[in-house]
Design a protein around this ligand. Structure first.
Ligand code: KDG
Ligand code: MG
Length: 455
C-alpha cells in the first residue's frame, strides 16, 4: 500500500526553515505545507501520524470494502466502511491509488481538515465513488480518535440525547396477508416501526414490489446474482392502485398503534408521487420514502401541495449540498442520507445540524449493503443529536460478523452502541481473506414497453 511521505520536499523545507526563523505569519507556512497541527498534540500525548492505509475487499455473503488506517502508536488503528453496492472495486481503487498516498504522514486527529482536503482538494468533488471513499477514511479517523480518547464516538459528538435509536425493520410479501404476517413477526421481535412492501399482481416486480419475498433485503448479495445485472419490471399504474390498498388492509388488521413506513425507491414521477402521498393520508404513515429521483428535488413542491403524509428522502444523495434545498424549504420531514455515501460522520453531523434548524429529523439509510462500521456510525450520531427520527436496521448473518465484528445492538425496538472506545467495530483481516470479492450488481428495471425505469 501507499508508503511515501507527504511532507514538503527537502528544498522547500530548507527554504521555509529560513523564512520561519524570521517569525510572524510566514512562520506558519512550514506547518501548513507539512500539515502539522498548529495547536500541538492533544492532552500532551505524542504526536500521531498515519503510517498505513489498508483497503480490504471481502465477500462474507455480499461484498464489503473496509478501510483500516494504522498509526505510529503501537496497536492504534481505526476501521471504516467504504462499501458501495455494485461499484465496490471503483471505491477500492480510489482509496488505494488516489487517497491513501495523500494520508501517509498526516495527523489522524485532524478529521475536519482531512475531510475538507479530500472533498475540496481533489477539485473534482462529490459523486458516490469519491464520497464513499471519503466516508471510509472519515469513519476510521473517528474510530482512532475515540480509541485514543478512551471514549465511544457518541461521547465525542456531545454525549447522549436519548436512551437508544428507535429502529425500523422490513416486512414484505406476495400478498397483503403475507405482508401482515411479516409485520406481526417484526412486532414480535420488538420493533415498533415496520416498513411494509408488497408484490404487484401480474408483474414480476422490482425493489420493494417483488414476488420473490424479501428480495429487497438480498439485492446485491452474491448468491442472488448472475454475473451481470438482472432486469426487473415495474409499472406505476398497478403500483399506485395496490399500495393504498395494502395500507388499508394493514391498518384494519393491525390498528393505529404500529408505525408503518413505505419505500417507493425513487420510482415515480411528480404527479404520481403526489397522488400516492395523498391517497396514503388516511393510513398515517410514519414516513413515505424516496418518492422521486434524486435529480428532481424541486418536484417535492408538487407533492407538498397535495399531501400531509410525512416525507423522507436522501439515500442517493452524496453530499451536504444535495440536502440543502429539501431541508431549507421544508419539503421533507426526514433526511435519510447514507453516512457511508455522503462522507461519513463529519458530513452527517453537518446535515443533522442544518436539518435541526428547519425541524427536519434524521433517518439515516441502514441497509445490509453497507458494513457494520457505517451502522455503528449511524447509531453514534442518532443517540447524540437532538433531531433524530428513526433508524433503518438489519441483522447481519454470522459470516459477516466473523469478518466485521462488533456494531450496534437491538433491544425492545431500539438500537444502541456500548461504551467501547471508538466506533465499536473491527475487521478480522485473516477471516476476510477466506471470502474473496465476487462480481455482483444491483438489478436494473424496465417498463413493460422495454424502456428504462428507475429500480
Ligand atoms: O444498494 C441499494 C440498497 O441500499 C437500497 O436499495 C436499500 O432502499 C434501500 C433501503 O431503503 O434500505
Ligand atoms: Mg430506500
Amino acid at each position: 500500500m501507499a508508503s511515501q511521505s507527504n511532507q514538503p520536499g527537502r528544498r522547500n523545507l530548507l527554504k521555509l526553515a529560513g523564512v520561519a526563523a524570521l517569525g510572524g505569519p510566514l512562520a506558519a507556512a512550514e506547518s501548513v505545507l507539512g500539515w502539522q497541527a498548529p495547536t500541538g498534540p492533544a492532552r500532551g500525548l505524542p504526536k500521531l501520524k498515519i503510517t498505513d492505509v489498508r483497503v480490504i475487499v471481502t465477500c462474507p455473503g455480499r461484498n464489503y470494502v473496509l478501510v483500516k488506517i494504522l498509526t505510529n502508536e503501537p496497536g492504534l488503528y481505526g476501521v471504516g466502511d467504504a462499501t458501495l453496492n455494485g461499484r465496490e472495486l471503483a471505491v477500492a481503487a480510489a482509496l488505494e491509488k488516489h487517497i491513501a498516498p495523500l494520508l501517509i504522514g498526516r495527523d489522524p486527529e485532524q478529521i475536519e481538515d482531512i475531510y475538507q482536503y479530500l472533498y475540496r482538494g481533489s477539485y473534482w468533488r462529490s459523486g458516490p465513488v469519491q464520497m464513499t471513499a471519503v466516508a471510509g477514511v472519515d469513519l476510521a479517523l473517528w474510530d482512532i480518535k475515540g480509541k485514543r480518547a478512551g471514549m465511544p464516538v457518541y461521547q465525542l459528538l456531545g454525549g447522549r440525547t436519548r436512551i437508544g435509536a428507535l429502529a425500523y425493520t422490513h416486512a414484505s410479501g406476495g400478498d397483503f396477508a403475507e405482508v401482515e404476517d411479516a409485520v406481526r413477526r417484526g412486532l414480535e421481535r420488538g420493533f415498533k416501526c415496520v416498513r411494509a412492501q408488497v408484490a404487484l399482481p401480474g408483474l414480476e416486480g422490482t425493489y420493494g414490489t417483488s414476488t420473490r419475498r424479501k428480495s429487497e433485503e438480498t439485492a446485491g448479495r452474491v448468491d442472488q446474482q448472475d454475473s451481470l445485472p438482472q432486469t426487473e419490471l415495474f409499472e406505476p399504474g398497478p403500483y399506485l392502485r395496490t399500495v393504498p390498498r395494502l395500507f388499508d388492509h394493514l391498518r384494519s388488521k393491525l390498528g393505529e398503534e404500529v408505525e408503518l413506513l413505505h419505500d417507493t425507491h425513487e420510482k415515480l414521477g411528480p404527479i404520481d408521487a403526489a397522488r400516492l402521498a395523498h391517497e396514503l393520508e388516511p393510513y398515517h404513515l410514519f414516513f413515505l420514502e424516496d418518492l422521486l429521483r434524486p435529480e428532481h428535488k424541486e418536484s417535492f413542491r408538487v407533492i407538498r401541495q397535495h399531501s400531509t403524509t410525512p416525507l423522507a428522502m436522501g439515500e442517493l444523495f452524496n453530499s451536504l449540498w444535495d440536502c440543502v434545498p429539501l431541508i431549507t424549504e421544508q419539503l421533507i420531514d426526514y433526511i435519510r442520507c447514507d453516512l457511508g455515501h455522503i462522507g461519513g460522520i463529519t458530513a452527517g453531523r453537518k446535515v443533522a445540524a442544518l436539518a435541526e434548524a428547519f425541524q427536519v429529523k434524521t433517518a439515516w439509510h441502514g441497509p445490509a449493503d453497507i458494513g457494520p462500521p457505517t451502522h455503528a456510525a449511524n447509531v453514534h450520531v442518532d443517540i447524540s443529536i437532538p433531531n433524530f427520527g428513526v433508524q433503518e436496521m438489519v441483522f447481519f448473518p454470522e459470516v459477516t460478523r466473523e469478518v466485521i465484528p462488533g456494531g450496534p445492538t437491538f433491544k425492545d425496538g431500539y438500537m444502541d452502541v456500548d461504551d467501547t472506545p471508538g466506533l465499536g467495530t473491527d475487521v478480522n483481516e485473516e477471516a476476510a481473506k477466506k471470502y474473496p470479492y465476487k462480481r455482483a450488481y444491483l438489478p436494473t428495471a424496465r417498463r413493460e414497453d422495454g424502456s428504462v425505469q428507475d429500480w
